[in-house]
Design a protein around this ligand. Structure first.
Ligand code: HEM
Length: 482
């Protein structure tokens, strides 16, 4: 009898513990959402908030709708909502972008959903905060135009091999998977000198698992997308560490060169105290770069193919520019920095594609302290979202925003903080210049070989979280006569 009483007592105390904890969690969750003078807007359902509305507008191909509906209902500068169970303020327009990009690490800091942090135990977990800061400072060195110039010939060579094996002698192709194959092969070559197609393929599958797990529901059980992504990221890290170890030996024994790829550059670089980056940090950084550049640049290439199919006059302009460059080269001579500088119109076209179909829709920040924006209070801990669409699709900054007009980028181009496919401020995409080069090399190799037409007119676009044509953009190819 005494035993039964003890069990009942234990059970009761367990139940009360769980109930109190749950109440505590709910109270903490709800108190997060309270405050005076908050921006206008609504939080939607408890916990789920407006997450489904946010995601659904992307699945329907119009992520801008979530933003514009609320900008017109509440305020064109800032509104509140709840996304991923977090109270969130969405900052809109050029002033919102300027405020966030200028206040990085002062009023706001980068924030990623839980699933992202689980797939990428960031360098903060493998090294101290100070070291992570130093790494962030060193990263742009590897990706500035001067450092990337030497890889242009290499990019052209990979593009040549890619188009020969995957596009030539085919009547029809599906563009999105091919664009992914191209950007991934290129990244493997330029970052770590992996270029044997079999070795690249060994990496490619785990990468697809990572991409689908990053923005998934954060449930980590065997078989869930998040769990698969974690395994894939551990597998790639291990592979990368093996490559790094081998490279260190090769560099020491003169079998590898200091400039052959980004990895050699990272291994040999020192910070202001003369210290080298450690192996784990380098593996994490390269993984981050491979992921950052994986689906973004391939989405951009895919939409360039789509817009060029839909707009013959724009195609003609790009073709003319690229053929002038192609004709100026000796047979077999690879593209170089001067050639890239001549691709002005092609880059304007690519920018107009990035304006209308930005690969990343926006990004999150977290408020480091309470602060005021546009007369409203933003409480400490709130998430803040900036969205490319609030400026890219606004007639205030881009007259007739739906019209495809590459001349918007002539001269000084759009006003500051309005064209933001790569973000801005200290968190601006470190791969911006690399992406520019790979996109231009892709355009060159594509238009000099073919003209094409879409096989599915008005193919549906799905944004999840990157935009892509629902069927991957099948096209019919028309090779130019030799
Ligand atoms: C057209 C292609 C690309 C677009 C549109 C793009 C866009 C962006 C954007 C909007 C951000 C977030 C900025 C923010 O948090 O405010 C970002 C971050 C990042 N991107 Fe890109 N990106 C592209 C290609 C690349 C490539 C090729 C690489 C690698 C070489 C790369 C590596 C990264 C990394 C590592 C970050 C995180 C930076 C940080 O947190 O400080 N991206 N990118």
């Amino acid at each position: 009898m005494m035993e039964v009483n003890m069990y009942v007592a234990l059970l009761l105390s367990f139940v009360s513990f769980v109930t109190i904890s749950l109440f505590g969690m709910v109270y903490k969750h709800l108190s997060h959402f309270r405050g005076n003078n908050l921006p206008p807007g609504r939080f939607g359902l408890p916990f789920i908030g407006e997450t489904l509305h946010f995601l659904r507008s992307g699945w329907n191909g119009h992520p801008e709708k979530f933003i514009f509906d609320r900008m017109s209902a509440y305020s064109p500068r800032v509104f509140k909502t709840s996304i991923l169970a977090e109270p969130t303020a969405v900052f809109c327009g050029a002033l919102g972008n300027k405020f966030l990009f200028s206040n990085e690490n002062k009023l706001v800091t980068a924030w990623w959903p839980d699933s992202v942090n689980k797939v990428f135990p960031s360098s903060l977990q493998t090294s101290s905060k100070e070291e992570a800061k130093k790494m962030r400072k060193m990263l742009p060195n590897f990706f500035k135009p001067e450092a990337l110039q030497r890889y242009i010939g290499m990019m052209d060579e990979i593009a040549h091999r890619h188009f020969t094996t995957s596009w030539e002698n085919k009547d029809e192709v599906v563009v999105f998977p091919l664009a992914k194959r191209f950007t991934f092969w290129l990244a493997c070559r330029v970052f770590v000198s992996v270029q044997d197609p079999d070795h690249v393929a060994k990496f490619a599958d785990p990468f697809n698992d990572i991409a689908s797990g990053i923005f998934s529901i954060p449930i980590d059980l065997p078989g869930t997308p998040l769990n698969k992504a974690k395994h894939a990221s551990n597998f790639i890290r291990k592979e990368l560490r093996a490559i790094i170890k081998q490279r260190k030996l090769d560099l020491a024994e003169g079998r590898a060169s200091a400039t052959q790829d980004i990895l050699s550059h990272m291994l040999l670089a020192t910070d202001e105290d003369g210290k080298h980056m450690n192996e784990m940090d380098i593996a994490d950084k390269i993984l981050g770069l491979l992921i950052g550049g994986h689906d973004t640049a391939s989405a951009a290439c895919t939409f360039i193919v789509k817009y060029l199919a839909d707009l013959p006059q724009v195609y003609e302009g790009v073709y003319k520019e690229q053929m002038e460059i192609a004709k100026s080269k000796a047979p077999g001579e690879l593209l170089n920095w001067d050639d890239i500088q001549k691709m002005r119109y092609s880059w304007n076209v690519a920018c107009e594609v990035l304006r209308l179909a930005p690969p990343l829709q926006g990004a999150f920040r977290e408020a480091l302290n309470d602060f005021i924006f546009n007369g409203f209070s933003i409480p400490k801990g709130w998430k803040i979202y900036w969205s490319t669409h609030s400026t890219h699709r606004s007639p205030e900054y881009f007259p007739e925003p739906e019209k495809f007009d590459p001349s918007r980028f002539d001269g000084n181009g759009p006003a500051p903080y309005t064209f933001v496919p790569f973000g801005g401020g200290p968190r601006m995409c470190p791969g911006k210049e690399y992406a520019r080069l790979e996109i231009l090399v892709f355009m060159h190799n594509l238009v000099k070989r073919f003209k094409w037409e879409s096989l599915i007119p008005d193919e549906k676009i799905v944004v999840d979280p990157m935009p892509m044509p629902a069927k991957g953009l099948p096209v019919r190819l028309f090779p130019h006569k030799a």
